[in-house]
Design a protein around this ligand. Sequence first.
Ligand SMILES: Nc1ncnc2c1ncn2[C@@H]1O[C@H](COP(=O)(O)OP(=O)(O)OP(=O)(O)O)[C@@H](O)[C@H]1O
Ligand SMILES: O=C(O)[C@H](O)COP(=O)(O)O
Length: 401
Amino acid sequence: MTFQTLDDLEDGQRVLVRLDLNSPVEDGEVQDNRRFDRHAETISELVDRDFEVAVLAHQGRPGRDDFVSLSQHADILESHVDSPVDFVADTFGEDALSAIGELDGGDVLVLENTRMCDEELPEEEPEVKAETEFVQTLKDEFDAYVNDAYSAAHRSHASLVGFPLVMDAYAGRVMETEYEANTAIAEKEFDGQVTMVVGGTKATDVIDVMTHLDEKVDDFLLGGIAGELFLRAAGYPVGYDIDDANLYDEQWEQNSEKIESMLEDHRDQITLAVDLAYEDDDGSRAEQSVDDIDEKTVSYLDVGSETVMEYSPTIRESEAVFVKGALGMFEDERFSVGTAGVLEAIAETDCFSVVGGGDTSRAIEMYGMEEDEFGHVSIAGGAYIRALTGAELVGVEVLQR
Ligand SMILES: Nc1ncnc2c1ncn2[C@@H]1O[C@H](COP(=O)(O)OP(=O)(O)OP(=O)(O)O)[C@@H](O)[C@H]1O
Ligand SMILES: O=C(O)[C@H](O)COP(=O)(O)O
């Protein structure tokens, strides 16, 4: 490991800690999830070691419904650590500096959503980010900077890459364990069959994975919105928007050529869903074979049971299984069959397994499985993909300088 960790940091100092608390938001309510639980370990250690702790984190993206204040995050974090967690609705202005000034040993203060500061986004070189007023103002308030946000380390944003250039910088416990696990996985060789279950909402993630791992992975089992786009490329009349949600068409426009050529070049490695599930007029789950679909008139929210039955033996025969992205909208139990089904198949076998994705990893506890039934459960989505494909993470690179 080439970065400094909390083991190298002297107790009782004033530290600025970057976490990734980016969470699903439903009707304005921030949903508790694995990220809080994991980061609570780092925060609890800092509290026990009498550090004065200020937390930086982001939530959502400007313009989206999930772009909200971090006040609820402070309450959720507090419920995971055994000490009070305060919040100030400011990131580096007067109110923030005054709240930081009042910190005592063992105190934790969450600062406002970093993405509410103009200088946090867009992605620019670390050297540019280091010169921002945001970084230059906060750097003088602390003895050290700790980055625990492995799952955001693929973003060249001020709070992630600016501070390590101008302050003593350390990796938090989540950064350390995720980095170790994901790097080891990228380098690992397997003798037997390697399978990757890919789904979720982001076609680019799926294409990235397939482009970089086509020699390492024998079978890609597809689902989710990404899987429906592949069905479209295979000639089925699905994978386009029928309402104004814009989940498919824009992604299709941007990626259709890549999806089509991926399907053509790797047809024997790619398994597509044979049936899909939707909500019928009574509000119940209904399923339809993809061969019976003449025109898309409903939203498909999961892969069907036949598909799970086809995917399960492949998983059972595998030496290693990786998962990125959910096969359906599993947050609604009616549409959890695909995601929970493949996760259960993985949990039941003794293959080496890794489940990645901030959202997808939630399904494990939602459907009664234990984290230790899997080799590694990563709270990272985009960063996990990049690590698996051997790409460098800028947020890790600056810690290693
Ligand atoms: N057919 C579908 N319709 C609607 N939503 C779907 C469908 N299939 C999957 N999803 C949604 O995909 C989400 C997970 O996708 P995403 O690509 O964000 O995965 P992730 O890798 O877990 O997360 P992240 O990359 O954000 O860390 C789930 O929340 C699930 O509800
Ligand atoms: O949830 C994530 O994957 C990270 O927090 C990064 O968020 P972003 O994709 O909005 O940059």
